[in-house]
Design a protein around this ligand. Sequence first.
Ligand SMILES: C[S@@+](CC[C@H](N)C(=O)[O-])C[C@H]1O[C@@H](n2cnc3c(N)ncnc32)[C@H](O)[C@@H]1O
Length: 198
Amino acid sequence: MRFDVACTPDPRAAFTPRAPELWFEVGFGGGEHALALANANPGIGLIACEVFEQGLCSLLARLVPEGGEAETALPGNLRLWDDDARDLLRQMPDASVSRLFLMFPDPWPKSRHAKRRFVHPALLPELARVVKPGGIWRIASDDPTYQAWVGEVLAGQSLFAVPPPAITRPEGWPPTRYEAKALAAGRTPLYWEVTRRG
Ligand SMILES: C[S@@+](CC[C@H](N)C(=O)[O-])C[C@H]1O[C@@H](n2cnc3c(N)ncnc32)[C@H](O)[C@@H]1O
């Protein structure tokens, strides 16, 4: 169920059956959000990326109970990418992604590490290239430095239409493990849903 790089020119062909629409999640952590999306939306193809090996193991453990490897059918609408999401996104065709998910990205709060942030002016044109006109990019963060940074970066571009962020998780957004930690610690996440301009 690893995304087959041979399919990058036509990524929807990586799913069985071929997916009519492609969604893409960056940094799925334990995988609960990716699995919820895949289960609730059987008609789409989701590529879920995570570099942290423990996260991948956690998602696979949810899918395949120990000892059940032989009997468990893996979702045909989910493909995993166990490497840097940016590398794969750079290979995706123009306007190939209908929905992009970035849930609680690593905030890299020190300014000298700002270039590592996923929301970054240097990456925006690439994201705008792969997200189709009218396509949606969801971003959530609980980190005040990152929240301010996202606000600033999004205010400085015209590729995506940016309504104000919500302060409670909008309906239809599955919860994530980091969100639960943030709420338990008394932090207030912000939730952006921005739309690729046509
Ligand atoms: C703070 S965690 C949030 C995990 C999950 N989205 C959640 O909300 O519970 C951020 C995750 O993104 C992953 N990550 C960071 N940069 C990445 C990249 N470029 N490609 C894929 N995964 C990445 C990290 O390994 C980490 O597991």
